[in-house]
Design a protein around this ligand. Structure first.
Ligand SMILES: Cc1cc2nc3c(=O)[nH]c(=O)nc-3n(C[C@H](O)[C@H](O)[C@H](O)COP(=O)(O)OP(=O)(O)OC[C@H]3O[C@@H](n4cnc5c(N)ncnc54)[C@H](O)[C@@H]3O)c2cc1C
Ligand code: FES
Length: 370
Protein backbone atom coordinates (compact mmCIF):
# COMPACT_ATOMS: atom_id res chain seq x y z
CA UNK A 1 0.00 0.00 0.00
CA UNK A 2 2.74 2.45 1.08
CA UNK A 3 4.84 1.35 -1.92
CA UNK A 4 1.97 2.08 -4.33
CA UNK A 5 1.44 5.57 -2.86
CA UNK A 6 5.18 6.24 -3.02
CA UNK A 7 5.36 5.02 -6.62
CA UNK A 8 2.53 7.38 -7.64
CA UNK A 9 4.14 10.27 -5.75
CA UNK A 10 7.49 9.63 -7.46
CA UNK A 11 5.89 9.54 -10.90
CA UNK A 12 3.98 12.76 -10.21
CA UNK A 13 7.09 14.53 -8.93
CA UNK A 14 9.29 13.44 -11.85
CA UNK A 15 6.66 14.50 -14.37
CA UNK A 16 5.95 17.92 -12.85
CA UNK A 17 9.28 19.11 -11.46
CA UNK A 18 12.48 19.63 -13.45
CA UNK A 19 14.61 16.49 -12.81
CA UNK A 20 17.65 18.74 -12.36
CA UNK A 21 15.98 20.30 -9.31
CA UNK A 22 15.05 16.91 -7.93
CA UNK A 23 18.65 15.80 -8.36
CA UNK A 24 19.92 18.97 -6.67
CA UNK A 25 17.61 18.56 -3.67
CA UNK A 26 18.13 14.79 -3.41
CA UNK A 27 21.92 14.96 -3.56
CA UNK A 28 21.96 17.69 -0.89
CA UNK A 29 19.66 15.77 1.46
CA UNK A 30 21.03 12.26 0.94
CA UNK A 31 20.55 10.82 4.42
CA UNK A 32 20.11 7.15 5.36
CA UNK A 33 16.57 7.92 6.46
CA UNK A 34 15.65 9.50 3.10
CA UNK A 35 17.28 6.62 1.24
CA UNK A 36 15.25 4.12 3.26
CA UNK A 37 12.03 6.10 2.85
CA UNK A 38 12.34 6.63 -0.88
CA UNK A 39 15.29 4.91 -2.57
CA UNK A 40 14.02 5.85 -6.04
CA UNK A 41 14.71 9.55 -5.57
CA UNK A 42 17.35 9.54 -2.80
CA UNK A 43 19.88 7.52 -4.73
CA UNK A 44 22.91 7.92 -6.97
CA UNK A 45 21.74 4.93 -9.02
CA UNK A 46 19.82 5.28 -12.28
CA UNK A 47 16.60 3.30 -11.89
CA UNK A 48 13.29 2.95 -13.72
CA UNK A 49 9.91 2.18 -12.19
CA UNK A 50 7.24 0.25 -14.07
CA UNK A 51 4.10 2.33 -14.59
CA UNK A 52 2.16 0.04 -16.97
CA UNK A 53 2.37 -3.46 -18.42
CA UNK A 54 0.45 -4.54 -21.51
CA UNK A 55 0.25 -7.65 -23.65
CA UNK A 56 1.49 -6.85 -27.14
CA UNK A 57 1.06 -10.34 -28.65
CA UNK A 58 1.22 -13.88 -27.24
CA UNK A 59 4.59 -14.11 -25.46
CA UNK A 60 5.34 -10.42 -25.97
CA UNK A 61 4.83 -7.73 -23.30
CA UNK A 62 5.45 -4.00 -23.25
CA UNK A 63 6.60 -2.39 -19.99
CA UNK A 64 6.15 1.37 -19.73
CA UNK A 65 8.77 2.79 -17.37
CA UNK A 66 9.43 6.04 -15.56
CA UNK A 67 13.17 6.65 -15.07
CA UNK A 68 14.33 8.65 -12.06
CA UNK A 69 15.97 12.08 -12.22
CA UNK A 70 19.36 10.64 -13.25
CA UNK A 71 18.11 9.62 -16.72
CA UNK A 72 19.75 11.55 -19.55
CA UNK A 73 17.24 10.59 -22.26
CA UNK A 74 17.82 8.55 -25.40
CA UNK A 75 18.05 8.64 -29.17
CA UNK A 76 15.33 6.58 -30.89
CA UNK A 77 16.84 3.18 -31.75
CA UNK A 78 19.06 3.00 -28.65
CA UNK A 79 18.73 0.45 -25.87
CA UNK A 80 19.23 0.20 -22.12
CA UNK A 81 20.71 -2.54 -20.00
CA UNK A 82 18.39 -3.81 -17.27
CA UNK A 83 19.83 -5.30 -14.10
CA UNK A 84 17.47 -7.97 -12.78
CA UNK A 85 17.18 -9.18 -9.17
CA UNK A 86 18.13 -12.74 -10.18
CA UNK A 87 21.57 -14.33 -10.42
CA UNK A 88 23.35 -16.21 -13.19
CA UNK A 89 25.38 -19.41 -12.72
CA UNK A 90 28.37 -17.39 -11.49
CA UNK A 91 26.21 -15.70 -8.88
CA UNK A 92 26.22 -12.34 -10.70
CA UNK A 93 23.07 -10.28 -11.39
CA UNK A 94 21.46 -11.13 -14.75
CA UNK A 95 21.75 -8.16 -17.14
CA UNK A 96 20.09 -7.84 -20.55
CA UNK A 97 19.65 -5.16 -23.21
CA UNK A 98 16.27 -3.93 -24.45
CA UNK A 99 15.50 -1.30 -27.09
CA UNK A 100 13.65 1.73 -25.77
CA UNK A 101 10.65 3.37 -27.41
CA UNK A 102 9.47 6.89 -26.65
CA UNK A 103 6.42 7.43 -24.45
CA UNK A 104 4.78 10.70 -23.39
CA UNK A 105 5.79 12.56 -20.19
CA UNK A 106 9.45 11.52 -20.23
CA UNK A 107 8.64 7.84 -19.92
CA UNK A 108 9.94 5.08 -22.18
CA UNK A 109 8.86 1.54 -22.93
CA UNK A 110 10.60 -1.74 -23.61
CA UNK A 111 8.94 -4.60 -25.47
CA UNK A 112 10.14 -8.05 -24.49
CA UNK A 113 9.61 -11.30 -26.35
CA UNK A 114 9.79 -14.31 -24.08
CA UNK A 115 12.48 -16.62 -25.44
CA UNK A 116 12.25 -20.35 -24.84
CA UNK A 117 13.95 -21.10 -21.50
CA UNK A 118 15.15 -17.49 -21.40
CA UNK A 119 16.09 -16.45 -17.86
CA UNK A 120 15.61 -12.71 -18.17
CA UNK A 121 12.63 -12.59 -20.52
CA UNK A 122 10.84 -15.19 -18.40
CA UNK A 123 11.46 -13.23 -15.20
CA UNK A 124 10.28 -10.01 -16.84
CA UNK A 125 7.12 -11.68 -18.12
CA UNK A 126 6.27 -13.54 -14.93
CA UNK A 127 7.51 -11.23 -12.18
CA UNK A 128 7.87 -7.62 -13.24
CA UNK A 129 4.84 -5.63 -12.15
CA UNK A 130 3.62 -2.05 -11.96
CA UNK A 131 5.41 -0.17 -9.15
CA UNK A 132 8.57 -2.32 -9.23
CA UNK A 133 11.95 -0.66 -9.81
CA UNK A 134 15.02 -1.88 -11.64
CA UNK A 135 18.52 -0.43 -12.00
CA UNK A 136 19.18 0.47 -15.64
CA UNK A 137 22.07 1.87 -17.68
CA UNK A 138 21.93 5.14 -19.58
CA UNK A 139 20.77 4.61 -23.16
CA UNK A 140 23.49 3.35 -25.50
CA UNK A 141 23.99 2.10 -29.05
CA UNK A 142 24.43 3.55 -32.52
CA UNK A 143 21.44 2.07 -34.33
CA UNK A 144 19.93 5.55 -34.76
CA UNK A 145 18.81 7.49 -37.81
CA UNK A 146 20.99 10.41 -38.81
CA UNK A 147 18.92 13.54 -39.34
CA UNK A 148 20.28 14.02 -42.88
CA UNK A 149 18.85 10.65 -43.98
CA UNK A 150 15.66 11.46 -45.85
CA UNK A 151 14.56 8.09 -47.28
CA UNK A 152 14.49 5.06 -45.04
CA UNK A 153 13.55 1.42 -45.14
CA UNK A 154 13.02 -0.35 -41.82
CA UNK A 155 13.46 -4.04 -42.45
CA UNK A 156 12.76 -6.21 -39.44
CA UNK A 157 11.60 -9.59 -38.19
CA UNK A 158 10.09 -10.72 -34.88
CA UNK A 159 11.23 -8.75 -31.83
CA UNK A 160 13.72 -6.99 -34.14
CA UNK A 161 10.90 -4.56 -34.83
CA UNK A 162 11.48 -2.85 -31.45
CA UNK A 163 14.31 -0.40 -32.36
CA UNK A 164 12.57 0.35 -35.68
CA UNK A 165 9.35 1.03 -33.74
CA UNK A 166 11.27 3.51 -31.64
CA UNK A 167 12.64 5.39 -34.67
CA UNK A 168 9.35 5.45 -36.61
CA UNK A 169 7.29 6.49 -33.53
CA UNK A 170 9.71 9.31 -32.74
CA UNK A 171 9.71 10.57 -36.34
CA UNK A 172 5.90 10.56 -36.50
CA UNK A 173 5.67 12.40 -33.16
CA UNK A 174 7.99 15.15 -34.47
CA UNK A 175 7.20 18.05 -36.82
CA UNK A 176 5.77 16.87 -40.19
CA UNK A 177 8.21 19.09 -42.11
CA UNK A 178 11.19 17.20 -40.67
CA UNK A 179 9.70 13.76 -41.21
CA UNK A 180 11.70 11.43 -43.47
CA UNK A 181 10.10 9.26 -46.14
CA UNK A 182 9.74 5.98 -44.22
CA UNK A 183 8.87 2.48 -45.36
CA UNK A 184 8.53 -0.54 -43.07
CA UNK A 185 8.72 -4.20 -44.06
CA UNK A 186 8.18 -6.49 -41.07
CA UNK A 187 8.20 -10.26 -41.12
CA UNK A 188 6.64 -12.46 -38.44
CA UNK A 189 6.10 -16.19 -38.21
CA UNK A 190 2.32 -15.99 -38.15
CA UNK A 191 -0.47 -13.48 -37.61
CA UNK A 192 -0.55 -14.10 -33.84
CA UNK A 193 3.10 -13.06 -33.60
CA UNK A 194 2.44 -9.59 -34.98
CA UNK A 195 3.95 -7.03 -32.57
CA UNK A 196 2.72 -3.39 -32.42
CA UNK A 197 -0.38 -4.22 -34.49
CA UNK A 198 -2.19 -0.96 -33.58
CA UNK A 199 0.90 1.15 -34.15
CA UNK A 200 1.51 -0.41 -37.56
CA UNK A 201 -2.08 0.46 -38.52
CA UNK A 202 -1.60 4.02 -37.23
CA UNK A 203 1.64 4.40 -39.21
CA UNK A 204 -0.21 3.40 -42.39
CA UNK A 205 -2.81 6.06 -41.62
CA UNK A 206 0.01 8.57 -41.20
CA UNK A 207 1.32 7.79 -44.70
CA UNK A 208 4.09 5.29 -43.93
CA UNK A 209 4.18 2.38 -46.40
CA UNK A 210 3.93 -0.70 -44.17
CA UNK A 211 4.09 -4.31 -45.37
CA UNK A 212 3.76 -7.25 -43.01
CA UNK A 213 4.69 -10.75 -44.13
CA UNK A 214 4.03 -14.05 -42.38
CA UNK A 215 6.52 -16.82 -43.01
CA UNK A 216 3.98 -19.51 -41.97
CA UNK A 217 0.98 -18.11 -43.82
CA UNK A 218 -1.03 -14.89 -43.73
CA UNK A 219 -4.29 -14.06 -41.89
CA UNK A 220 -6.21 -13.98 -45.20
CA UNK A 221 -5.14 -17.56 -45.89
CA UNK A 222 -2.59 -16.43 -48.47
CA UNK A 223 0.45 -18.69 -48.91
CA UNK A 224 3.42 -18.33 -46.57
CA UNK A 225 5.71 -15.62 -47.70
CA UNK A 226 9.35 -15.34 -46.65
CA UNK A 227 11.22 -12.23 -47.69
CA UNK A 228 13.73 -12.68 -50.49
CA UNK A 229 15.50 -10.43 -52.98
CA UNK A 230 12.68 -10.59 -55.53
CA UNK A 231 10.05 -9.65 -52.99
CA UNK A 232 12.19 -6.87 -51.58
CA UNK A 233 12.57 -5.36 -55.05
CA UNK A 234 8.83 -5.57 -55.62
CA UNK A 235 7.88 -4.06 -52.25
CA UNK A 236 10.50 -1.33 -52.35
CA UNK A 237 11.30 -0.32 -55.94
CA UNK A 238 13.50 2.63 -54.85
CA UNK A 239 15.53 0.45 -52.49
CA UNK A 240 18.92 1.65 -53.74
CA UNK A 241 18.04 5.23 -52.71
CA UNK A 242 17.11 4.34 -49.15
CA UNK A 243 19.09 3.91 -45.93
CA UNK A 244 18.19 0.45 -44.66
CA UNK A 245 17.79 -0.25 -40.93
CA UNK A 246 17.86 -3.99 -40.38
CA UNK A 247 17.12 -5.93 -37.20
CA UNK A 248 15.91 -9.49 -36.57
CA UNK A 249 17.11 -13.03 -35.92
CA UNK A 250 20.63 -13.84 -37.11
CA UNK A 251 19.51 -15.95 -40.14
CA UNK A 252 17.08 -13.26 -41.28
CA UNK A 253 19.76 -10.58 -41.09
CA UNK A 254 22.36 -12.57 -43.02
CA UNK A 255 19.75 -13.42 -45.69
CA UNK A 256 18.64 -9.79 -46.00
CA UNK A 257 22.20 -8.45 -46.25
CA UNK A 258 22.86 -10.86 -49.14
CA UNK A 259 19.56 -9.94 -50.79
CA UNK A 260 20.18 -6.19 -50.41
CA UNK A 261 23.68 -6.46 -51.82
CA UNK A 262 22.44 -8.55 -54.76
CA UNK A 263 19.99 -5.70 -55.48
CA UNK A 264 22.82 -3.17 -55.59
CA UNK A 265 22.33 -1.51 -52.20
CA UNK A 266 25.56 0.15 -51.04
CA UNK A 267 26.73 -1.88 -48.00
CA UNK A 268 27.42 1.37 -46.16
CA UNK A 269 23.70 2.17 -46.38
CA UNK A 270 22.80 -1.00 -44.48
CA UNK A 271 22.60 -0.31 -40.73
CA UNK A 272 22.25 -3.30 -38.44
CA UNK A 273 21.37 -4.15 -34.85
CA UNK A 274 21.78 -7.68 -33.58
CA UNK A 275 20.21 -9.15 -30.44
CA UNK A 276 22.44 -12.22 -30.20
CA UNK A 277 26.10 -12.79 -30.93
CA UNK A 278 28.02 -15.60 -32.63
CA UNK A 279 31.38 -16.24 -34.42
CA UNK A 280 33.85 -14.63 -32.06
CA UNK A 281 37.16 -16.28 -32.92
CA UNK A 282 40.02 -14.65 -34.90
CA UNK A 283 40.68 -16.11 -38.34
CA UNK A 284 43.48 -18.63 -38.01
CA UNK A 285 46.70 -18.20 -39.95
CA UNK A 286 46.69 -14.40 -40.19
CA UNK A 287 49.63 -12.77 -38.45
CA UNK A 288 48.73 -9.20 -37.44
CA UNK A 289 52.22 -7.61 -37.29
CA UNK A 290 52.43 -4.74 -39.80
CA UNK A 291 48.65 -4.34 -40.18
CA UNK A 292 47.70 -0.70 -40.54
CA UNK A 293 44.35 0.29 -39.02
CA UNK A 294 42.95 3.72 -39.91
CA UNK A 295 39.91 5.47 -38.43
CA UNK A 296 38.40 7.92 -40.93
CA UNK A 297 36.09 9.69 -38.49
CA UNK A 298 38.72 10.59 -35.88
CA UNK A 299 41.73 10.91 -38.18
CA UNK A 300 43.71 8.30 -36.23
CA UNK A 301 45.88 5.43 -37.34
CA UNK A 302 48.06 2.74 -35.76
CA UNK A 303 50.19 -0.18 -36.92
CA UNK A 304 49.86 -3.52 -35.18
CA UNK A 305 52.89 -5.38 -33.89
CA UNK A 306 53.55 -8.98 -32.87
CA UNK A 307 52.48 -7.98 -29.35
CA UNK A 308 48.94 -7.42 -30.70
CA UNK A 309 48.55 -11.06 -31.77
CA UNK A 310 45.18 -12.40 -30.53
CA UNK A 311 43.93 -8.98 -29.42
CA UNK A 312 40.58 -7.66 -30.56
CA UNK A 313 40.63 -4.54 -32.73
CA UNK A 314 39.26 -2.55 -29.80
CA UNK A 315 41.94 -3.76 -27.39
CA UNK A 316 44.72 -3.17 -29.93
CA UNK A 317 43.43 0.36 -30.66
CA UNK A 318 43.26 1.20 -26.95
CA UNK A 319 46.77 -0.19 -26.39
CA UNK A 320 48.04 2.08 -29.21
CA UNK A 321 46.43 5.14 -27.66
CA UNK A 322 43.35 5.34 -29.91
CA UNK A 323 40.47 5.95 -27.55
CA UNK A 324 37.29 4.39 -28.97
CA UNK A 325 33.78 4.48 -27.56
CA UNK A 326 32.87 1.18 -25.92
CA UNK A 327 30.36 -0.46 -23.58
CA UNK A 328 29.87 -4.16 -22.77
CA UNK A 329 33.06 -5.32 -24.59
CA UNK A 330 31.25 -8.61 -25.28
CA UNK A 331 29.85 -7.92 -28.72
CA UNK A 332 26.32 -7.23 -27.52
CA UNK A 333 25.59 -3.55 -26.90
CA UNK A 334 26.82 -2.17 -30.25
CA UNK A 335 28.49 0.89 -28.68
CA UNK A 336 31.85 0.07 -30.31
CA UNK A 337 30.29 -0.67 -33.71
CA UNK A 338 31.98 0.86 -36.80
CA UNK A 339 31.72 0.19 -40.53
CA UNK A 340 34.56 -1.31 -42.51
CA UNK A 341 35.36 0.95 -45.49
CA UNK A 342 38.35 -1.06 -46.70
CA UNK A 343 40.02 -4.34 -45.76
CA UNK A 344 38.99 -7.66 -44.23
CA UNK A 345 37.93 -8.38 -40.67
CA UNK A 346 37.05 -11.63 -38.92
CA UNK A 347 34.99 -12.33 -35.79
CA UNK A 348 31.87 -10.37 -34.89
CA UNK A 349 31.05 -8.84 -38.27
CA UNK A 350 27.66 -8.42 -39.88
CA UNK A 351 27.77 -7.13 -43.46
CA UNK A 352 29.93 -4.00 -43.13
CA UNK A 353 29.23 -3.59 -39.41
CA UNK A 354 32.21 -4.43 -37.20
CA UNK A 355 31.83 -4.94 -33.46
CA UNK A 356 35.32 -3.75 -32.57
CA UNK A 357 35.38 -5.41 -29.14
CA UNK A 358 34.98 -8.90 -30.62
CA UNK A 359 36.60 -8.57 -34.07
CA UNK A 360 40.07 -9.20 -35.42
CA UNK A 361 42.07 -7.99 -38.43
CA UNK A 362 42.28 -10.28 -41.48
CA UNK A 363 44.12 -8.04 -43.99
CA UNK A 364 47.15 -5.71 -43.95
CA UNK A 365 45.19 -2.48 -44.54
CA UNK A 366 41.97 -1.70 -42.70
CA UNK A 367 39.95 1.49 -42.90
CA UNK A 368 37.07 1.99 -40.44
CA UNK A 369 34.53 4.74 -39.99
CA UNK A 370 30.95 5.45 -39.00
C1 LIG B 1 21.24 -4.32 -28.36
C2 LIG B 1 20.18 -5.30 -27.98
C3 LIG B 1 18.86 -4.91 -27.94
C4 LIG B 1 17.86 -5.85 -27.61
N1 LIG B 1 16.55 -5.45 -27.60
C5 LIG B 1 15.58 -6.36 -27.34
C6 LIG B 1 14.20 -5.97 -27.38
O1 LIG B 1 13.85 -4.82 -27.61
N2 LIG B 1 13.27 -6.94 -27.12
C7 LIG B 1 13.63 -8.25 -26.85
O2 LIG B 1 12.73 -9.07 -26.62
N3 LIG B 1 14.92 -8.62 -26.81
C8 LIG B 1 15.90 -7.72 -27.03
N4 LIG B 1 17.22 -8.10 -26.97
C9 LIG B 1 17.54 -9.48 -26.55
C10 LIG B 1 17.60 -9.53 -25.01
O3 LIG B 1 18.69 -8.76 -24.53
C11 LIG B 1 17.80 -10.95 -24.47
O4 LIG B 1 18.88 -11.54 -25.14
C12 LIG B 1 16.54 -11.80 -24.67
O5 LIG B 1 15.46 -11.24 -23.93
C13 LIG B 1 16.81 -13.23 -24.17
O6 LIG B 1 17.30 -13.20 -22.84
P1 LIG B 1 16.93 -14.38 -21.84
O7 LIG B 1 17.71 -14.16 -20.57
O8 LIG B 1 15.46 -14.49 -21.71
O9 LIG B 1 17.46 -15.64 -22.60
P2 LIG B 1 18.81 -16.44 -22.24
O10 LIG B 1 18.65 -17.11 -20.92
O11 LIG B 1 19.96 -15.50 -22.41
O12 LIG B 1 18.81 -17.47 -23.42
C14 LIG B 1 17.92 -18.59 -23.43
C15 LIG B 1 17.92 -19.22 -24.79
O13 LIG B 1 17.39 -18.32 -25.76
C16 LIG B 1 18.34 -18.07 -26.79
N5 LIG B 1 18.26 -16.63 -27.03
C17 LIG B 1 18.81 -15.66 -26.27
N6 LIG B 1 18.52 -14.45 -26.77
C18 LIG B 1 17.75 -14.68 -27.85
C19 LIG B 1 17.13 -13.82 -28.81
N7 LIG B 1 17.26 -12.50 -28.73
N8 LIG B 1 16.41 -14.40 -29.80
C20 LIG B 1 16.31 -15.74 -29.88
N9 LIG B 1 16.87 -16.60 -29.01
C21 LIG B 1 17.59 -16.08 -28.03
C22 LIG B 1 19.68 -18.48 -26.22
O14 LIG B 1 20.54 -18.94 -27.24
C23 LIG B 1 19.29 -19.59 -25.27
O15 LIG B 1 19.19 -20.82 -25.94
C24 LIG B 1 18.22 -7.19 -27.29
C25 LIG B 1 19.56 -7.56 -27.30
C26 LIG B 1 20.53 -6.64 -27.65
C27 LIG B 1 21.97 -7.07 -27.65
S1 FES C 1 29.39 -4.48 -28.55
FE1 FES C 1 29.44 -3.57 -26.58
S2 FES C 1 31.41 -2.68 -26.57
FE2 FES C 1 31.42 -3.80 -28.38
Amino acid sequence: MLDAVLARANTWMLEHIDPKWIDYVASNTMTDLNRRLNGFIWTYELQAQVVAVRDEAPGVKTFVMRPNQLWQGFEPGQHVELVLPIRDVQGLPVKRFYSVSPQPQGRFSITVKQTRQGRASRWLHERLQVGQRLPISQAQGRFCRRTDQARLLYLCAGSGITPCHSMVSAALAGPAAQRPDMQVIAQFREADDLIFKDDLAAWKQAGVKVDTLFSSGSPQGLPASRLDAEQLRRLCPDLARREVYLCGPEGFMHGMIQALQSLGVDPLRIHTERFTVSHLTPSTGFSVAGTEVRFKHIDACFTMTAADEGKTLLQAALDHGVNLERGCTQGMCGTCKLSVHDGEISGNVLGRAVYMCTSYPASRQIVLGP
